[in-house]
Structure formats: structure tokens, C-alpha cells
Design a protein around this ligand. Structure first.
Ligand code: ASP
Ligand code: MG
Length: 419
């Protein structure tokens, strides 16, 4: 029997009711070999991020933040396990005691590394709780520390997977167990430090495991019916897409559709493993399947990214932008781990739109300013439309000023500001 890989994100384990719902979903797949990848509960990753920040910036709120995270998890446990002597209580208590010790020892000179050691605990604690609850309701399962399997380099917060080694190690996924519970988002360096795979990286974990085990399929269980043509947060009338090619999915995720992590698709495409995006509230509904059928999407898809910054980079001596400038510029972006969302060049300047990350952009600008003149505009939005036409462009640009427009055959990207 081939393995199925399921991924439950933060929203699908955000409270006791949701954890119970995971059980109902799993009950629909009796006697199947399933690896269940679980993310941190609710917004725990954000909270742990705040905790790490607070420590580094010494704002003095760390204790309160940690208490809140702890309380949130204990509330969930309280609603799942009526027996207050259940071992899960002390197990979770120990995780939080360790976390407190870790945060007290935080040093600010290796922020990314410290971040991963702290933030990773969200997935650890979530999987411990899910595992214990499955046992409680009689679903036999095996808890796997994913860090024994997914090996990465030492790029903290964006671990690069060592595929060869990971492929060898997936054998640990206990083949006799029907259900294995493991963490999304985490990896491990050669010297045994925890890495994370980039925010929202649990989808990617599911994909890595599916690739390495030649799984039958991956299913991402979400709080939406499947992949929609726009985020319902921004659009009133959104439509469900039944089927999508790997190519469209890669493009949409790359441009910032948050429904799937961008790195998820490629490994699945290489092995033609279908990816289902389904509603955990209506698991019997078909949702969306992403597979190797090549049909184009029947409707335009919209992707919005807020908090963008547009950098305009030009040589200090007003000379032209030439190839050697590009290699310098790209190298600087890579060194600062800043991803380029759109770029455009003219004779004397190079424009780049990126997420305005307060931890990265000020330093990036400082470095660029050593060799270039850098102008920038903040508080911008990036709108991407796949399968665009003029009416769709006009519609999204109402009340906005366009700073940059970049068109290819199927996709337009617009950097805009509210006026
Ligand atoms: N918990 C991690 C995050 O929120 C990973 C994930 O949810 O996929 O970024
Ligand atoms: Mg999450």
C-alpha cells in the first residue's frame, strides 16, 4: 500500500474542536498508511517569533508572551483531556520550561539560529498534543521527530534540504504503523541544530516526505474549500478551482498565493504526485487537485501582497546599469536573504519590489548604498493577475497609482499605492 501524506496547518489545529476534527478526518481513511504533518497551533509561530524578537530587543515582555503561549496550549489540552493527571500535561510543561531556559540564554549575535531553536517548539508541542489525543481516542500512531529525517544545511530560517540524505533516512518512517504524526517546517543541520524551512513551510515538509517515499498523494487540509481564484480576504466573489496544472500552481504560489508554499509543487511535479487541497470542515468535498494535466485556468487569478517596498538602484556616478552591476546587486540581495518579487531595469536604474521586512531591508539598503544610489517607496501593494485581461487590470487599479507594471504572456504584476 502506498503512503498518503496529509498536512494540517495552524488553522486546522487552532483549538480543541479543531484537533477533534483532525480525528474525524482521519477516521474517513481507515487502514491506510498516512503520514500526518502538523504545524504549530493557530498563530503560535507568530507568537514565538515575537518572543524571540522581544528577547533580542530587550523590550521586557518576553515573560508575558511566553505565559500567553503556554496558557493557550494548556487551554487546548484542558479541553481535550479531562484527566488532569494525563502525562501530556507534564510533557507540555517540560517543553515550556526548556523554552524559558532557552530564551533566557538567547544571544542576539546569531539571531536566525536562535530564532529556529525557539520557533520550532511550536511544531513540537502541537504534534505531542495531537499524538496524545489520537492515542486517547484509540487511534494508534507513531510520533516521529522530523529532524531525524529532514536534513538541511545551516541556513537558519531557510534551511536547504539535503535530498540525498533525507531520501536515505525516510526509511525511519515506521512502515508497520498506519499513522505517523510528525512536524512540519523543521529540519536539522549536520551538527544537530534545528532549522526551519521558511515561514509556512509545513506544506513543503509534506512535499519532501511525499517525494522521498514515492507517496501516492499529498493532501493539504485547509479552512477553505480548495484553491480559490483570489484570497477571500480581498475579494467578495471568489471561485473554487477544481483542477490546476503544476505549472499554474508553481506560478501562483511563487507570486504569493498563500494557499500553498511556493517550494511545495516542484518535488511533486517531478514525481507526478497529485496534490489535493481540501476543506477540513467538508472532507467529503472534492476540493482542488493539482496534477499534470496541462489545461489553462478558466478564470483570472488574483494575488495581493501588502507591505511592499520598491527600491530603485542606480550607479552613484550616473553611468548606465550594466551586467557587472547586476551581479553585485543580486549577490547583495542573496546575502541578505531578501527575495525579489518583481524587477525591472532601465538604462540608469534597476527597480526591485520586495517584502518590506524590517529585519532585512534596512541592512540591505545600507549595503547597497556603499556602491549605489538607492531611492525607495514604501507602503506599496503588489498585485499579480494570472490570465489577465485589460478589464481585470482596470478593476484592481481603481483608486491606485501604478509605480511599476510588468507583463508577460499570462501574468501581469502591478506595484501600486492607494491614492
Ligand atoms: N508554523 C509555521 C509557520 O506558521 C509553519 C507553517 O505553518 O507551515 O510559519
Ligand atoms: Mg502556520
Amino acid at each position: 500500500m502506498k503512503l498518503k501524506v496529509f498536512k494540517f496547518g495552524g488553522a486546522s489545529v487552532k483549538d480543541a474542536g479543531s484537533v477533534k476534527n483532525v480525528v474525524s478526518v482521519l477516521k474517513q481513511f481507515p487502514n491506510q498508511k498516512i503520514v500526518v504533518v502538523v504545524s504549530a497551533m493557530g498563530k503560535t509561530t507568530n507568537a514565538l517569533e515575537k518572543l524571540t524578537d522581544d528577547f533580542v530587543l530587550k523590550n521586557g515582555n518576553a515573560k508575558t508572551i511566553l505565559e500567553e503561549i503556554k496558557k493557550y496550549h494548556f487551554d487546548i489540552i484542558g479541553n481535550l483531556f479531562s484527566n488532569s493527571t494525563h502525562p501530556i500535561y507534564s510533557e507540555v510543561k517540560n517543553i515550556f520550561s526548556d523554552l524559558e531556559i532557552k530564551t533566557n540564554k538567547l544571544s542576539s549575535d546569531s539571531y536566525n539560529k536562535e530564532y529556529d531553536q525557539i520557533v520550532s517548539q511550536g511544531e513540537i508541542v502541537a504534534t505531542k498534543i495531537v499524538r496524545a489525543y489520537l492515542n486517547e481516542v484509540g487511534i494508534k500512531n507513531n510520533w516521529l521527530d522530523i529532524r531525524e529525517v529532514i536534513k538541511t544545511d545551516s541556513t537558519f530560517r531557510e534551511g536547504k534540504v539535503n535530498w540525498e540524505l533525507t531520501e536515505k533516512l525516510v526509511g525511519i518512517l515506521n512502515p508497520n504503523q498506519q499513522i505517523t504524526i510528525t512536524q512540519g517546517f523543521l529540519g536539522c543541520t549536520p551538527d544537530n541544530f534545528t532549522t526551519t524551512l521558511g515561514r509556512e513551510g509545513s506544506d513543503y515538509t509534506a512535499s519532501i516526505l511525499a517525494y522521498c517515499t514515492n507517496a501516492e498523494s499529498v493532501t493539504i487540509w485547509k479552512d477553505v474549500p480548495g484553491v480559490m481564484n483570489a484570497d477571500p480576504k480581498w475579494f467578495d466573489e471568489t471561485k473554487l478551482i477544481d483542477q490546476m496544472s503544476y505549472q499554474d500552481a508553481i506560478e501562483l504560489a511563487y507570486y504569493g498565493a498563500t494557499v500553498i508554499h511556493p517550494k511545495t509543487i516542484k518535488p511533486l511535479q517531478n514525481k507526478r504526485i497529485p496534490l489535493y487541497v481540501k476543506s477540513f470542515l467538508q472532507p467529503e468535498k472534492k476540493g482542488t487537485v493539482i496534477n499534470d494535466q496541462h489545461s489553462q485556468l478558466p478564470i483570472p487569478c488574483f494575488i495581493f501582497k501588502v507591505n511592499q517596498i520598491l527600491l530603485s538602484i542606480s550607479p552613484k556616478d550616473f553611468s548606465f546599469i550594466v551586467e557587472e552591476n547586476f551581479s553585485d546587486i543580486f549577490k547583495t540581495f542573496a546575502e541578505h536573504q531578501v527575495k525579489i518579487n518583481v524587477m525591472q531595469n532601465s538604462a540608469i536604474s534597476f527597480s526591485v519590489c520586495t517584502d518590506n521586512d524590517e529585519h532585512k531591508i534596512p541592512e540591505l539598503i545600507k549595503t547597497l548604498q556603499k556602491n549605489f544610489r538607492v531611492l525607495y517607496n514604501e507602503n506599496l501593494e503588489l498585485i499579480t493577475i494570472r490570465y489577465y485581461n485589460q478589464p481585470t487590470i482596470d478593476r484592481v487599479c481603481i483608486g491606485k497609482k501604478i509605480f511599476l507594471e510588468h507583463k508577460s504572456r499570462y501574468t501581469v504584476q502591478l506595484v501600486v499605492k492607494n491614492v
